[in-house]
Design a protein around this ligand. Structure first.
Ligand SMILES: Nc1nc2c(ncn2[C@@H]2O[C@H](COP(=O)(O)OP(=O)(O)O)[C@@H](O)[C@H]2O)c(=O)[nH]1
Ligand SMILES: [Mg+2]
Length: 282
């Protein structure tokens, strides 16, 4: 969706670029997921393995502007809060801490469905700087679903203590998303994290996420065929290949979403005149 060819006609190129900055969150689905969108410019999801300091990052970003509840119909708790940066208002939703998004547990399902169906403007993935390799699994899974993400490499103070150096620039280049080193407990790096969230949300920074290609020729062949069918059904779906992969796995939630047409409403809304929610405080 962010790929732009230099051969594109100027008008088309301008339209594509304009869409990088248009609001993308899926109001219908987010409301269904119990999110109040009044007076919100952008919706941010916070994902990460358990114990990476996700709640600490959440608190550093939101301060006291937060409340907790449950996900609709689930016993999984949810914290959400608000913050402002520049002249924009952000709502941030703390997703359950998970090691994966393969939806084998309620927590994983909640996190995955929020990113997939809610289409947050930015997903912030918090990882533990001292366990980066293990944490990257979730990062790559998130990048399969969305191309709007910021990596927050937290506990950088602990990493330093263990003589672990994280090269944020190389990581950002290889992943294709902004990378910020933080020690959230001390608020170190939080301002830079805010700026990067803002830049991805507004389209000032366009992510080019890394996608893993490690499938056999046979699977690739089947995948191409299913991807083409999915694209035919839902031409505006941002990641038909990822959906096709889930269908190939027999993922019941995805099969239902295709059969009911729910996926069709997940597409990005390109209409600049989309009615925005009424203006009341977060
Ligand atoms: N040293 C250090 N500890 C942190 C940092 N961020 C969080 N913690 C601590 O790590 C533990 C887990 O943090 P928490 O925010 O609950 O993690 P969550 O499970 O991912 O929500 C807590 O004891 C935090 O105080 C950090 O940047 N540096
Ligand atoms: Mg937590």
């Amino acid at each position: 969706m962010t790929a732009q060819s230099s051969q594109q006609p100027p008008a088309l190129k301008a339209a594509t670029e304009a869409c990088e900055t248009c609001p993308t969150f899926n109001a219908g689905h987010l409301t269904k997921l119990g999110i109040n969108l009044t007076n919100v410019d952008y919706v941010i999801a916070l994902a990460g393995n358990p114990n990476t300091g996700k709640s600490t990052v959440f608190n550093a970003l939101t301060g006291l502007r937060q409340h907790t509840g449950n996900w609709p119909g689930k016993t999984v708790t949810r914290a959400e809060g608000g913050f402002a940066y520049g002249d924009k208002r952000f709502k941030i939703v703390d997703l359950p801490g998970t090691y994966s998004l393969l939806s084998t547990s309620v927590d994983e399902e909640v996190a995955r469905d929020f990113i997939l169906f809610g289409r947050p403007d930015v997903t912030v993935i918090v990882v533990d700087a001292t366990r980066l390799e293990r944490n990257l699994n979730l990062v790559l899974q998130v990048l399969e679903i969305t191309d709007r993400a910021v990596l927050c490499v937290n506990l950088i103070d602990e990493a330093r203590r263990h003589q672990i150096t994280v090269d944020d620039r190389i990581l950002a280049k290889e992943l294709g998303i902004p990378v910020v080193l933080t020690a959230a407990r001390q608020r170190e790096g939080i301002d830079l994290l805010l700026k990067n969230i803002h830049d991805v949300a507004t389209g000032a920074f366009v992510c080019r996420p890394h996608r893993v290609q490690t499938i056999s020729r046979e699977v690739a062949h089947a995948l191409d065929a299913i991807t083409a069918r999915v694209r035919g059904l839902f031409p505006d779906l941002p990641n038909a290949r990822w959906v096709a992969l889930r269908l190939l796995e027999g993922d019941q939630r995805m099969i239902d979403a295709v059969q009911s047409g729910e996926l069709g409403t997940v597409v990005r809304n390109h209409t600049p005149t989309t009615p925005r929610p009424a203006e009341v405080p977060v």
